[in-house]
Design a binder for this molecule. Structure first.
Ligand code: F6R
Length: 581
């Protein structure tokens, strides 16, 4: 949610900032802006819409000679997407960009208005700039320190001041790292934005201020200097390129077989690298969106392994009165590791002395850093807003954790075949395109399934609706007749996910119920069937079955969205990393 990049160094920041914003665009894309600064001037350029509009505007303006710059791509929270509300915000001598939400912005604004401070926007960010400018006399760091003492909420800030040739940054509950280049420094929400220029980075703790000039940086907290090691990222720039694909979503789906194979090779004969869940009597699983659905698959698997499991979406879990029993493990699932609600859930579990396990992609993220244990899914960078490869790898890790609880020979036999089977399934693009042709004009699609098949249905339905904007719902197959069946009309598409042996016949009966009310069925299962439309995948161990079914639904979602002309990698109203509540 909102992407930040800043630079100070020997070069003009313009190119770095625009290139970086393009790589951060997945974090929000309703408006963007940059501020460039030299000794005497600060130039601000903003634009509504995607980074390409900002780039066009920047290219058409006379740009000042500068060595310092900050930039921002926005996902609106306070105030509509507009040029005036876009960042950077400048008040007096302070110019800044912000990712996060200031919960007490209204009170602070009223307080400043009483002091005759004027506001041009409806954003919470302008309030931070105004407050900092209010506190600023001749020491930016002192003004930052005073300001953050007054803020409630989350923030990552990159700050410049008219009076000095320095760049400042600070973070609290929103991501921000420092990038170290031979002849300059970056701050950014995501290492991917600067990986072309440096792979050296420093993690910043909460409320640590980093102050950069052309030669040095210094990190302090409450006036005390803090030494932090420089890390080396192994992120490859290939993760940032389309590599010939038209969309990241397709590129990332196509990466699944290799990534799955890598994880299998790593853990198959080294299960001791994974935490042992056997010692826990209770497991809580928490995540948001797709990560939650990956967790739902985990719930069914771990319950079958004999462990008591509770599952909740993070935005509910954080506000529930949970009784933490002895021997409880809380599993946090998150691709980004920066989802605000999941972070809050993790902190709740940590403060209740439960062990926490992160199943996470981004190694530098808050969740990866603060959990008791972590397992990295090693998906590489996921750029498309709709998750695909990260979901599959989350499920694979869950499946391996479950196998570690209860080992069985058949699982291993099937496990090693998965990458090849997945590849064969993904190679059938013509088949998915044809199926998408029969779906893309519909406005309502239903998914039904039971147990793990229901979790798969939820993910299939989310994928379809988020990228194609077709209304889609998922139901436990037995639940449809308790109300929703009244929505079934002639030709309504119903996907039935039917891989679970024990409930197969029951779900088929539910499918027949909707067919007799006019539905057009799409059977998704492991056995050849007589339905007109079907997706058949190889039958494998039940702990592995979702790894073959979900990718087929991802392909259909992609092709349906393609046929409808949607902005597949950046669906409307969304952002990849949800760093606000
Ligand atoms: C859907 C999707 C989202 C994320 C959710 C959690 O395609 O990508 O539902 O799964 O926002 O994000 P992370 O995994 O980063 O915590």
């Amino acid at each position: 949610m909102c992407g930040i990049i800043g630079y100070i160094g020997k070069e003009n920041p313009k190119e770095f900032l625009i290139e970086g914003l393009k790589k951060l665009e997945y974090r929000g894309y309703d408006s963007a802006g940059i501020a460039l600064k030299n000794k005497t001037e600060t130039q601000i350029i903003k634009s509504v819409g995607k980074i390409s509009s900002l780039e066009e505007k920047v290219n058409n303006e006379k740009i000042i000679e500068a060595n310092i710059g900050i930039a921002h791509t926005r996902w609106a929270t306070h105030g509509i997407p507009s040029e005036v509300n876009a960042h950077p915000h400048k008040v007096g001598k302070i110019t800044l960009v912000h990712n996060g939400i200031i919960e007490n912005a209204k009170e602070l604004k009223e307080e400043l208005q009483k002091e005759n401070v004027e506001f041009k926007t409806t954003t919470d960010t302008e309030v931070i700039a105004a407050l900092m400018n209010y506190y600023y006399k001749d020491d930016v760091k002192a003004a930052i320190e005073k300001t953050i003492k007054r803020l409630k909420g989350s923030y990552a800030l990159a700050i410049i001041c008219d009076d000095c040739e320095k760049l400042y940054a600070i973070r609290c509950e929103s991501p921000l790292i420092l990038g170290v280049k031979e002849d300059g420094f970056f701050v950014t929400s995501d290492i991917g934005a600067i990986i072309n220029h440096t792979n050296k980075y420093v993690l910043l703790g909460e409320n640590e201020i980093v102050e950069m000039d052309y030669n040095n940086y210094k990190i302090t907290k409450n006036g005390q200097e803090i030494k932090r090691e420089i890390n080396i990222s192994d992120l490859k720039d290939k993760d940032n390129n389309l590599q010939g694909y038209e969309h990241y979503m397709m590129k990332e789906i196509m990466e699944e077989p290799v990534l799955v194979d890598n994880i299998i090779r790593k853990y198959k004969d080294n299960l001791d690298l994974l935490p042992d869940l056997k010692k826990y009597k209770h497991i809580h699983i928490v995540g948001c969106g797709s990560a939650y659905y990956a967790g739902m698959i985990g719930k069914y698997l771990f319950e079958d392994d004999g462990i008591k499991v509770e599952i909740d979406v993070a935005s509910e879990y954080r506000y529930r009165n949970i009784i933490y029993e002895k021997d409880t493990l809380v599993i946090l699932i998150s691709q980004s590791g920066e989802t605000a609600d999941t972070i809050a859930a993790m902190r709740k579990a940590n403060s209740n002395n439960a062990d926490t396990l992160a199943i996470v992609n981004v190694e530098t993220s808050t969740i990866a850093r603060e959990c008791t244990y972590k397992v990295l899914i090693e998906a590489g960078r996921e750029v498309a807003v709709a998750t695909t490869k990260a979901f599959i790898l989350q499920v694979l890790i869950i499946s391996l954790l479950s196998y570690k609880i209860k080992e069985d020979k058949k699982y291993l036999e099937d496990l090693v075949k998965i990458p090849q089977q997945l590849k064969v399934l993904l190679d059938k693009s013509g088949f998915y395109k044809k199926l998408a042709d029969s779906i893309y004009k519909h406005e309502d699609v239903f998914f039904i399934g039971r147990r793990i098949d229901y979790a798969i249905s939820m993910e299939g339905s989310l994928k379809l609706k988020e990228v194609s904007y077709i209304h889609s719902d998922s139901y436990q197959a037995g639940e449809l007749k308790h109300g929703t069946i009244s929505l079934i009309n002639d030709g309504t598409i119903v996907f039935a996910i039917v891989t679970d042996e024990e409930t197969h016949d029951k779900t088929i009966s539910n499918l027949e119920e909707v067919i007799s009310r006019g539905a057009h069925p799409i059977y998704v299962g492991t056995e050849e069937c007589s339905y007109e439309s079907s997706i058949i995948v190889p039958k494998v161990h039940k702990k592995l079955q979702p790894l073959l079914v979900v990718p087929t639904l991802q392909m259909i979602a992609y092709y349906v969205a393609y046929k409808r002309g949607c902005d597949i990698d950046k669906p409307k109203n969304l952002a990849k990393s949800v760093t606000v509540e």
